[in-house]
Design a protein around this ligand. Structure first.
Ligand SMILES: Cc1ncc(COP(=O)(O)O)c(C=O)c1O
Length: 289
């Protein structure tokens, strides 16, 4: 991150100058939250939704928000400008703060906010979207509050590593045969023209891309049910795709791991990809005006 600018509390400063305290609860317990916002054509996408979810995660963990949501949004925009990001991402993190190590937390500690921005080439995203990706089906070993976008991601990173070891770009997780979500994405299936995805319960993160895609499906009149589905349904699906901030709508062409299957990239996935791109354009023009 040479020559870049990072966020520290409410300041944008040169990278390499942030003090790191070993007693920050983010390091000790993963006691914190984060958001990743994508930037297209210098504009953050769905920034309101991201920081609304950030606030919800903070509330669920009793983390004190040091500034209001509008300040977080403004700092995100400053990070984009200072780092001259055309296409890329912004990462914002907030830990509970620094205190002598003790499982018991005090409420209303001084949170520690950090963040950075990075350019991303859209080519690799485009490639995954046109060719599809391989996924690895495996047991969901995470805790029961996956609705919180917390820094505790060990279950997610373990399955991602395993997926990569089998030449897969993403893991699809299941709890006792019920598909939940990817390691860093939500999972959708299409069967007989109908779309299905796990409901936004404590077992998944309610992805911002997921929410956008649900609205787009409604707009193009594809019937949707937010209902848990089994690994068998996943196997028998006509189309499978994943959604996330960094992957948009990415088709799954192969399933490995606990079950094996191949899929074609179907018409519903393609139409939702097209609609999502259109949404990105609308976002850019709305923010310009
Ligand atoms: C576990 C998990 N589920 C779903 C998602 C997708 O969420 P979003 O669309 O907000 O990026 C993510 C994103 O990082 C994730 O980590």
């Amino acid at each position: 991150m040479e020559n870049s600018y990072v966020l520290y509390h409410d300041q944008i400063i040169k990278s390499g100058t942030i003090p790191v305290d070993p007693e920050d609860r983010g390091y000790l317990f993963g006691d914190g939250i984060y958001e990743v916002v994508f930037v297209y054509d210098r504009k953050p996408f769905a920034i309101n939704e991201h920081f609304e979810r950030f606030l919800q995660s903070a509330n669920k963990l009793e983390l004190a928000m040091p500034y209001d949501v509008s300040t977080f949004k403004q700092l995100t925009e400053e990070l984009i400008t200072k780092n001259n990001i055309v296409n890329g991402m912004v990462y914002v993190q907030m830990t509970r703060g620094v205190a002598p190590r003790n499982h018991l937390y005090e409420r209303n500690m001084q949170s520690v906010v950090t963040g950075f921005a990075k350019s991303v080439s859209l080519d690799s995203i485009e490639k995954s979207q046109s060719q599809g990706i391989q996924t690895y089906l495996t047991e969901d070993i995470r805790w029961l509050r996956c609705d919180i976008k917390s820094l505790n991601l060990l279950g997610n990173v373990m399955v991602k590593r395993r997926a990569a070891d089998f030449d897969c770009q993403e893991a699809i997780q299941h709890r006792d045969g019920t598909v939940t979500e990817g390691s860093s994405s939500n999972v959708f299936i299409v069967k007989d023209g109908k779309l299905k995805t796990h409901p936004a319960t404590n077992l998944i993160l309610n992805g911002i891309t997921r929410q956008v895609v649900l609205k787009l499906a409604e707009k193009i009149q594809v019937p949707v049910t937010e209902e848990a589905f089994s690994a068998e349904e996943l196997l028998e699906a006509d189309e499978v795709f994943i959604t996330s901030t960094t992957m948009e709508v990415t088709p799954v062409v192969k399933l490995k791991g606990d079950q094996e299957q191949t899929y074609k990239i179907g018409p519903v996935t393609k139409e939702l990809q097209k609609q999502f791109k259109h949404q990105i354009q609308l976002n850019s023009s709305a923010m310009k005006s």
